[in-house]
Design a protein around this ligand. Structure first.
Ligand SMILES: *[C@@H]1O[C@H](CO)[C@@H](O)[C@H](O)[C@H]1NC(C)=O
Length: 339
């Protein structure tokens, strides 16, 4: 059902002048984007999903029996590690779970280091997390969303003065996708950047003015969580139905293609756009189209789906179309056109 296009790109960091910012090259795979951090002394490298929809740093423990072929965290291999002697249990929005033990250690990202950073080492995962191509998840939402609870990596970097400003930005498409921490990479976006105030801290939640199809605006005035850890765009059920009602010959395919999914005629290439802060950002046809519903079908599955929340969750299907900045200092999310 899903178009199995593997996007792999590697960027080379090109010597940014400021010492309290840094760029991390990313790899994109089926709508999930990940890159490297290092933990411990001597540093061990881990591949993590940079997730703005959670707030905890999660790795796998050396003692985990169902963690797959991951790079494991071993407290005995790091001279800066400390055992908090506390356990944790996390549940993700997709119902996956992880539980284990909490530690503190030095965490470095893009050349910037946080000391005494709390991290969880999972000793058990729900089976659906097995076989994941990454070693862990680095949550980048607000501290109040932490399940441990603990101060998230970005907030530790900020309070220790290692990163300035308290900002990070994503380019999630094309050549050289990257996460930039300590600001926005001016080379990657065109002015202006809209600044959308966070309306409710926890997730990065902002107002979404409208979703357009051609010249119609079937969805207006809803709240949206900006989530780099999600691939799809999940709308409240009523809004999802209203959105597809604006696309001729679209169909609710929850019974055939999968829960929450809709199809549309592949040939129609609807012009979908998202308006934030009064500025309309078009979605490219390839990011709206998840591929044919079945081999040889004229119907394609849309990346806008019906979700379970009363707010929208805006995942990478949309975020691939823009440059996105998350700002802790002023509490806003910025969108700008990619150059
Ligand atoms: C670390 O060392 C302690 C003491 O030798 C041992 O009990 C523990 O199992 C070790 N932990 C790991 C993850 O190897």
């Amino acid at each position: 059902m899903k178009r199995l296009s593997l996007i792999v790109a590697v960027a080379i960091s090109t010597g940014y002048a400021a010492s309290n910012s840094g760029a991390i090259p990313l790899t994109g795979d089926h709508g999930v984007w990940y890159g490297s951090i290092s933990v411990g002394t001597p540093p061990e490298t881990y591949t993590v999903i940079f997730d703005t929809g959670s707030s905890d740093l999660l790795l796998s423990s050396a003692t985990c029996s169902n963690c797959g072929p991951r790079t494991r965290y071993n407290i005995n291999s790091s001279s800066t590690a400390s055992n908090l002697r506390k356990t944790f249990s996390l549940q993700f929005s997709n119902k996956q779970t992880a539980s284990g033990d909490l530690f503190t250690d030095t965490v470095s990202i893009g050349g910037l280091s946080a000391t005494g950073q709390t991290l969880g080492a999972a000793t058990s995962y729900s089976s659906s997390l097995e076989g994941n191509p990454v070693d862990g998840i680095m949550g980048m939402a607000f501290p109040s969303l932490s399940g441990y609870p603990a101060t998230p990596v970005m907030n530790t970097l900020k309070s220790q003065g290692a990163v300035s400003p308290g900002q990070f930005s994503f380019k999630l498409t094309g050549t050289d996708p990257e996460l930039f921490i300590g600001g926005a990479n001016r080379a990657l976006y065109a002015d202006p950047m809209t600044q959308n105030p966070v309306t409710k801290q926890g997730y990065w939640q902002v107002a979404l003015d409208a979703i357009g199809v051609g010249s119609s605006r079937p969805v207006v005035g809803i709240q949206a969580i900006i989530d780099t850890g999600s691939a799809t765009i999940d709308l409240p059920p009523g809004e999802a139905a209203a959105f597809y009602a604006a696309i001729p010959k679209s169909k609710d395919a929850s019974g055939t293609a999968g829960p929450g999914l809709f199809t549309f005629p592949c040939a129609s290439e609807p012009r979908v756009s998202f308006t934030f802060g009064g500025v309309s950002f078009p979605m490219s046809p390839s990011t709206f189209n998840l591929g044919q519903v079945s081999e040889g079908s004229d119907d394609c599955v849309g990346s806008i789906v019906s979700g379970e929340l009363d707010v929208a969750v805006i995942g990478t299907s949309f975020l691939q179309n823009v440059y996105t900045t998350f700002d802790f200092d002023g509490s806003w999310v910025g969108f700008a056109r990619l150059v």
